[in-house]
Design a protein around this ligand. Structure first.
Ligand code: NAP
Ligand code: 8YV
Length: 311
């Protein structure tokens, strides 16, 4: 018998097609009254598929007595109450590895855009400003000192790419990793040492405002901040203050505290490059993520081992 899969919000079509073919799908985001719909279907749901940023609360889990697995479309699962899921025996899966290259590419792209002012130069060319004179000289990225905060799967992929740019690479995480780069047990010391700080830790309580005024101070007025992790890892108000007052040089951001809202102040600054959380957003990578979400759910119901389980 086909299992009942609740899809919380719109997800890339590749996954929807797979899900429609193989499960009874319930599409919450297409309903006029989502709360009433959830009440109507709550006893039927066996599995949930959810985009990374969508909150899965204890109340929602508690309301579905047959829920066995929550498959997160993203490697970061900070929006799901994991310990509550565990307490109910609900499995949670995520999508590690398949997006490492894409997110690392985006991190490097942000660094190049910030240093070489690619976005401003594009606007300058389109506005025909060139006829009035050359674009101002920018700043060399190759050979700079890069500090990676979070030397995990994606952190390593960023470091591999940065090596090609002859960067001097060092990193901070809670434990030293088996890598050739210099380890800083103290984040403040790392920030003092580098030109660019690139953040790629998980979100959630453990890392909340890890990058605060103290760290931005240490990064200093020539320092660049790149965030492809989660908005919560940075004290966004402090960051705006440091950017506005040129207390750090610039920032390249893919993620924000209250997505999809980006503070107007951040938009108005000329020393930011802002992306709408697209670090993994190519057709190829999103299809691979969708396949992994699907395979985890299918494996669960076929009594096969989960490919990437969190709990
Ligand atoms: P991972 O392999 O688990 O690596 C996470 C790294 O962060 C580890 O090195 C870990 O080392 C470190 N870390 C964890 N907590 C820390 C803390 N409190 N202080 C300092 N370092 C800490 O995860 P991943 O696959 O690389 O993904 C990392 C994160 O990137 C995801 O969780 C997600 O939030 C984000 N992400 C964003 C996008 C996007 O679209 N922008 C896409 C993919 C992923 P220790 O445990 O030793 O500290
Ligand atoms: C996704 C991400 O875009 O994997 C993650 O942690 O942040 C991104 O790859 C996000 O999860 C949307 O589902």
């Amino acid at each position: 018998m086909q299992k009942n899969l609740l899809i919380m919000s719109h997800m890339p079509q590749y996954f929807i097609d797979l899900a429609d073919k193989n499960f009874n799908t319930y599409k919450l985001w297409l309903q006029d009254d989502e709360d009433k719909y959830l009440i109507d279907i709550k006893l039927e749901i066996d599995a949930i598929a959810v985009m990374g940023g969508y909150k899965i609360t204890p109340d929602l889990m508690k309301s579905m007595p047959n829920l066995k697995i929550i498959a997160c479309y993203g490697v970061g699962y900070d929006a799901i109450d994991i310990s509550y899921a565990k307490s109910l025996g609900i499995k949670v899966t995520n999508t590690p590895e398949v997006l490492n290259d894409e997110v690392a590419d985006t991190a490097i792209a942000l660094m190049l855009c910030v240093y070489k002012q690619i976005i401003k130069a594009d606007t300058f060319a389109r506005n025909n400003s060139w006829i009035n004179g050359d674009f101002p000289l920018t700043k060399k990225f190759t050979g700079t000192k890069l500090g990676i905060v979070g030397m995990g799967r994606i952190g390593k992929a960023i470091a591999e790419r940065a090596e090609a740019f002859k960067c001097e690479i060092s990193y901070h995480s809670r434990s030293k990793k088996d890598v050739k780069y210099k380890y800083f047990n103290n984040l403040n010391e790392l920030a003092k040492e580098v030109d660019t700080l690139c953040v790629i830790t998980p979100g959630g309580k453990e890392t909340e405002k890890l990058i605060n005024s103290e760290i931005l101070d240490a990064l200093g007025e020539d320092g660049v901040l790149i965030n492809v992790a989660r908005g919560s890892v940075i004290d966004q108000e402090a960051l705006i203050h440091y950017l506005e007052n040129k207390l750090i040089l610039a920032a390249g951001l893919d993620v924000y505290t209250n997505e999809p809202n980006i503070p107007k102040k951040l938009m108005s600054l000329d020393n930011t490059v802002l992306l709408p959380h697209i670090a993994s957003g190519t057709v190829e990578t999103r299809n691979a993520m969708g396949q992994l979400v699907y395979d985890n759910i299918e494996n669960y119901f076929e009594d096969k081992p989960l490919i990437s389980s969190v709990v």
